[in-house]
Design a protein around this ligand. Structure first.
Ligand code: PLP
Length: 379
């Protein structure tokens, strides 16, 4: 048996006929940018998260975040020097757009419960930053591993401190977070002021190349982001900002419309595999992620924590199971942030040194059962 960590051909193969038809439609149309496919996708993506304004399609997830923070500055909602709460346990793409525009990342430790931003630590770090003279005015929540990083305590913290809430929704399209009453949920990607999406090929909804998007219900912000993504122009040859070229290709929009139609199945498949792991893995050496009753997780990754990570991964490899690590080196330990992201982040370091992502994207429930059996024999 050999179960690779990820096999993208297994993701595209069942959709091949629809994808090829979409590619043919774009090729025959002769319209490759800013056309009907992008426009339709922007509407469909917004609808998928119950947003009232069309999304702004763009080049990739990092650019979606860059456009968002640049626009927050352009519109006066944030100022360079402002602090932004952001999880220390995240991919570096969550941090880069902050430091690029002179915003100060205020790193927050993950909670043991869900590995997302811990509300208690966020409150403490906000206090420390304020005491040191930083005006913390926003919170970037990252729904890491497809796990909604949103709860009543974070909402209260944001409200009490007048923080804008921005989502890095690169890993959680289709997820839902608890909101208001106990049985109520809201779609990740429409919880705060703006949300960035990534359609990198390995994400739950992946383009066949790079693509991203921003969702916001703030009209001024949306207009600014749209202008910034198109050289800063509000109309042809009229530039109100020093902007960028961050367009999405029509062909990617056409592919993404196909993928979006199958989002529900993708989420269900991942949930089914996670449920098998949750039931079957009983080895006390392996820490399983929690399945929450009050939120809809979409399992971009199935992250387990293993004390002896290298030996565990080697053991799985020898038994035909591929794994990956997300992420071995957190942003505060990257050379580019030496002397910039300072402070101690023990829980983040703990996750970074013990996390192992099990196969989740294209495996069957029977394979998940077999992987669990192998894991349970690890000593
Ligand atoms: C993938 C990812 C991004 C960046 O998206 P790209 O499309 O690769 O630029 C940002 N944040 C998180 C959490 C991601 O997983």
């Amino acid at each position: 048996m050999m179960i690779p960590f990820l096999r993208l051909t297994d993701t595209t193969a069942p959709l091949a006929a629809e994808l090829k038809e979409s590619a043919a439609r774009v090729i025959d149309s002769g319209w490759f940018l800013n056309g009907p496919e992008t426009k339709a996708f922007e509407k469909e993506l917004a609808e998928s998260v119950d947003a009232s304004l069309p999304a702004i399609a763009c080049s990739n997830g990092l650019d979606a975040l860059r456009l968002t923070f640049r626009a927050l500055i352009e519109t006066g909602r944030l100022r360079p020097g402002d602090g932004v709460l952001v999880p220390a346990n995240t991919y570096i793409a969550s941090i880069l757009p902050l430091t690029e525009f002179g915003l100060r990342p205020v790193l927050v430790e993950p909670s043991e419960e869900d590995l997302c931003m811990d509300a208690g630590d966020a409150s403490r770090r906000l206090g420390d930053a304020a005491a040191a003279g930083t005006d913390v005015r926003a919170m970037l929540v990252v729904h890491l591993y497809g796990n909604p990083c949103w709860n009543e305590r974070l909402r209260q913290l944001a409200e009490e401190n007048g923080l804008m809430v921005i989502e890095d929704n690169a890993q959680a399209i289709g997820a839902e977070a608890p909101c208001e009453g106990f049985n109520d949920t809201r779609k990740c990607g429409n919880l705060g002021h703006a949300a960035a999406f990534s359609f990198y090929p390995t994400k739950n909804i992946g383009a066949l190349g790079d693509a991203g998007a921003v969702v916001t219900e703030d009209e001024e912000l949306a207009k600014t982001i749209r202008a910034l993504a198109n050289y800063g122009s509000d109309r042809r040859y009229h530039n109100i900002h020093q902007g960028y070229n961050c367009r999405m290709d029509e062909i990617q929009a056409a592919f993404l419309r196909v993928k979006l139609r199958h989002l529900g199945e993708e989420c269900e498949r991942r949930r089914a595999v996670a449920a098998v792991y949750d039931l079957e893995i009983t080895n006390p050496l392996i820490g399983k992620p929690r399945i929450f009753g009050d939120r809809r997780q979409v399992w971009h990754q199935y992250p387990v924590l293993a004390k002896d990570r290298d030996r565990f991964r080697r053991y799985l490899e020898e038994n035909g199971v591929g794994t990956d690590v997300h992420y071995a080196t957190p942003p505060h330990r990257q050379p580019c942030y030496e002397g910039i992201l300072t402070g101690e982040y023990r829980q983040t370091d703990h996750v970074a040194s013990s996390e192992v992502s099990l196969p989740i994207a294209n495996i069957t429930e029977a394979e998940a059962k077999e992987i669990s059996r192998i894991i349970n024999s690890f000593k």
